[in-house]
Design a protein around this ligand. Structure first.
Ligand code: NAP
Length: 279
């Protein structure tokens, strides 16, 4: 029997083993899910061993892009987002997928939010922003990307325009974003968590007229960004649904089996309880 794993470096506390454990237990599967630290310089050497020993593995920072050239094939999702977070080992071949985009979309569908023709303000230009920006461009949404480091935002704009020549992409400095008619604001920066827990990446006046504020942060459950958006009447979504949905989608890919709504809800409650206690 082959098992599953998460590879990355460093691997700080991750909810993936808990999430996978809950599904395997519910499906009465004997499989286990391991956390495996792989240094960037070890990635290429690790591939044959991963292929031999695992039926599939999740990939996290810093390997999401670097692993692409080491795989045998890429699913449409990995081609679209230019990054891999899930690998399936099938008939001696490693196939790369990306379930982050599906996770992001699940957060929107939970609140019945349609992206069509919406102007989005995306805060951050890192890995998560890349996936989201490519999905937004794929769906034809005009997007303004605001980042501290402008060169990163321009690099993302170039990538979007290369893939989607019709894409409408504006760039802004995070502390000088033009007031615009944004329908939705997405926080894909770490501002609001850890040592930045009492901060928001934008001032609350940006939420005027905004329909939805989506924070990728899931701990705390309600960041200052979401609190202020809620006060201004916006619908709010945090990152927990995205986190869980991308993990569950990986399991569905590996086992070719759908996770039913009841199990999904149980997993959501267990992880929310683990994170936030009983409140
Ligand atoms: P990343 O690749 O390291 O990118 C971080 C981004 O945040 C960069 O654009 C960076 O801007 C910006 N940033 C960092 N510190 C900042 C600060 N103090 N003030 C303003 N901007 C700052 O990280 P990532 O993987 O994209 O993750 C971004 C956030 O999304 C994190 O909070 C992460 O936990 C969350 N996330 C959640 C999920 C989920 O499933 N819910 C999935 C992925 C990520 P510069 O370029 O200027 O440094």
């Amino acid at each position: 029997m082959k098992n599953y794993a998460l590879i990355g470096y460093p691997l700080s506390h991750s909810f993936s083993p808990i999430l996978h454990g809950l599904v395997y237990k519910s499906w009465e599967l004997p499989n286990i899910y391991l956390s495996w630290e792989v240094l960037p310089e070890e990635l290429e050497l690790a591939i044959p061993m991963l292929k031999r020993n695992l039926a599939g593995f999740n990939v996290t920072a810093p390997h999401k892009k670097a692993i692409i050239r080491l795989l045998d094939d890429l699913d449409f999702s990995a081609q679209l987002y230019g990054a891999v977070n899930t690998v399936k080992s099938e008939e001696g071949k490693l196939i790369g997928f990306n379930t982050d985009g599906a996770g992001f979309l699940k957060g929107l569908s939970e609140v019945d939010y349609e992206l069509t023709n919406k102007h989005i303000l995306l805060l951050g230009a890192g890995g998560a922003s890349q996936t989201i920006a490519l999905e937004l461009a794929h769906q034809g949404c005009p997007v303004t990307i605001a980042n501290r480091e402008l060169s990163e935002a321009y690099a993302l704009k170039l990538l979007l325009e290369k893939r989607f020549p019709e894409a409408s992409v504006e760039i802004a400095q995070l502390n000088d974003i033009p007031k615009g008619s944004y329908s939705c604001i997405i926080n894909a920066t770490p501002v609001g968590m850890g040592s930045l827990a009492n901060e928001s990446p934008i001032s609350s006046d940006y939420f005027r007229g905004v329909e939805l504020a989506y924070d990728l942060i899931y701990n705390p459950a309600e960041t200052l960004f979401l609190k202020e958006a809620g006060k201004m009447g916006c619908l709010t979504v945090n990152g927990l649904t995205m986190l869980i949905a991308q993990g569950l989608k990986a399991i569905e890919i590996w086992f070719e089996r759908e996770i039913d709504t009841e199990l999904e809800e149980n997993i959501y409650s267990s992880i929310a309880k683990e994170l936030y206690g009983n409140d």
